[in-house]
Design a protein. Structure first.
Length: 348
């Protein structure tokens, strides 16, 4: 209660808070003295409480009595038990938190019942809750990610990054050796992969070196002449010492880049809709996430481009790609690969 009513203190021990409020406690050592000091503290806090902090923290978990003071009485009863995205807003209508849930109502209540300091602060600043029904959990994940980047809510820490800044490229030197390097996107005509910062680029290249035995000297990771460090620990095959042929090394580079090329597929993912008469559709074109939409199950689509009329355009980014790849990797859904010349009316 002291944390809510007198925020910003260095310490919230009984003695520190009493001293802050001018309560003379002397030597608080025994149980009797601590109890008397606590009574004095509670009396002070009770007078200070104008926002219903006591009622909220002492209220039961059922009914409206335990809801935060700014929440309208109907805020929970009006929430549905459906899959989607929910928005916590403050008294000025600003979105301060975005979340996704299989059951919106139960997930919102879990915030109320949590005693974590961050959750309590979130609930006390919330004055209104909105939601968007998505039907599909995958669509909810994609929408949540997009909304966090769009609104940058105060209480969301993850996924606030808004755009790529760096990318991976290739070049061939005078000896025919293929180099991998990273740079700002503005300096790369056709980046192989995009990242938020240089650290993510280096991590990606380090994984390629480790997995495919590439030379870090030719991956912009070690700026030295002669043998690279990986050669000394027998992880590099020796291209940096001319102990491996250029053809053999370049073949491994090509193999390392093959999974990236596979990410350039065009495909659809079809999932649950918001009711039994529709389905949700996620569209990926040439490896780029285009957005999602909802289509009647009876609607017949003749061409791939026709899906553009039914989807809500969304931004592609690394977080979205992780969501899609995780969804496909866990076996929750299979992509429907599309050829631009394919008649899609027969797609499932």
């Amino acid at each position: 209660m002291s944390r809510k009513l007198i925020p910003g203190q260095q310490s919230y021990s009984l003695g520190a808070v009493c001293n802050q409020l001018g309560i003379n406690v002397g030597q608080v050592q025994g149980a009797k003295e601590k109890a008397e000091a606590t009574v004095g503290l509670l009396e002070k806090l009770w007078v200070m409480d104008t926002d219903g902090v006591f009622n909220f923290m002492l209220g039961p978990k059922s009914g409206q009595a335990g809801l935060p003071p700014l929440w309208p009485k109907s805020v929970v009863t009006s929430l549905p038990n459906v899959t989607g995205v929910y928005y916590f807003k403050n008294s000025q209508g600003k979105i301060i938190y975005v979340g996704k849930a299989k059951d919106i109502k139960q997930r919102v209540l879990s915030h109320v019942y949590s005693k974590a300091h961050k959750e309590m602060r979130l609930c006390f600043e919330t004055a209104h809750i909105d939601y968007t029904h998505t039907g599909s959990e995958l669509v909810a994940l994609l929408l949540e990610s997009d909304e966090i980047k769009k609104h940058l809510p105060k209480f969301n820490r993850a996924q606030k990054r808004t755009g790529y800044r760096y990318g991976i490229g290739t070049r061939v030197d005078k000896n025919g050796i293929t180099h991998l390097f990273y740079d700002r996107l503005g300096k790369l005509k056709t980046p192989l992969a995009c990242f938020y910062n240089q650290g993510e680029c280096r991590t990606f290249l380090e994984e390629l070196c480790e997995t495919y035995g590439l030379c870090p000297r030719y991956c912009s990771l070690q700026h030295i002449s002669g043998a690279c460090f990986h050669f000394h620990i027998k992880k590099c095959h020796g291209i940096c010492r001319e102990l491996e042929t250029v053809e053999s090394y370049n073949e491994r580079v090509e193999k390392a880049l093959m999974p990236i090329a596979d990410d350039k597929n065009t495909y659809l993912i079809k999932a649950e809709g918001r009711n039994t008469n529709e389905k949700s559709v996620i569209v990926v074109e040439n490896g780029v996430y285009k957005g999602f939409g909802f289509i009647s199950k009876r609607k017949r689509i003749k061409t791939f481009k026709e899906y553009d009329k039914y989807i809500k355009p969304m931004s592609d980014n690394n977080d979205v790609q992780k969501i899609l790849k995780r969804y496909l990797r866990t076996g929750n859904g299979e992509p429907i690969l599309i050829d631009y010349h394919q008649d899609v009316t027969s797609l499932p």
